[in-house]
Design a protein around this ligand. Sequence first.
Ligand code: PLP
Length: 275
Amino acid sequence: MPPALRHSRQTQFSIAAWITFLYVISHSSSHQLFEGLKAYPGDHKRLRLFRPMLNINADRMCGSDEKNYVFAFDESELLECIRRLVEIDQDWVSNADLYIRPTFISTEPSLGVKKPAHALLYVIMCLLGPYFDNKTGVLALWADPPKYTRAWKGGTGDCKMGGNYGCSLSAQYEAVDYGCQQVLWLHGEDHQITEAGTMNIFLHWINEHGDEELATPPQDDIILPGVTRQKFEVTERYLTMSQLFSALKQQRVKEMFGSGTACMIRPTGRIIRER
Ligand SMILES: *Cc1c(COP(=O)(O)O)cnc(C)c1O
């Protein structure tokens, strides 16, 4: 195993320490993609995978012909590996939810940015504690449209690709500085509402025509096609900040919430934004 510098917020960088958790040679870090699914305890505390094939299929992992970011892999083999892994760890998971993260990285012995010929698909898991640090679970979102972009047309915002999360970090740090849990990602001149942190976003409101609707932005390169999102019957439409603010003024907003596998459904209590 290689010596490595290990960092923690308490100790800053320590001198070389042995990383024992996982040893992976990755020459090119240009390629990283992950998934997130869960197993829930059911009868007799037996863990049950929750709709795993919605997560580990080629479309969702951006391995379909169109995007082609990961190698073709046998989905049922991966499912069997995950099933076996959960079975092995079953006994020490007492009545908690298990979060499962399949991860794909290139291990290409070259530093160039190109389609890798070598890659690793591995799975790690952890017990799921509270996802956000606030007690109520009601989220405050930070919106600063001109400054930060999470995803763009023609980009990889519809995949769980590492780079999307790297470029969201400064905004997330700033959100925390403003006492918020997540960033409200806005897009374009008209400040379209796209996602809340790593959640799809929904607005339950009386729309501009007086109709009650549960609205969420349509799926394009900017929106991650969430599995949790599929649970809802929704109107797919663009929503802008000015539409939201006039609806708030006219008391047409019933609820706004985010959805994702790890945090499930989270209501939004506040949106803070730079004037
Ligand atoms: C994972 C994720 C979601 C939610 O997807 P689920 O499949 O519901 O977990 C939404 N937006 C982003 C940016 C994500 O990474």
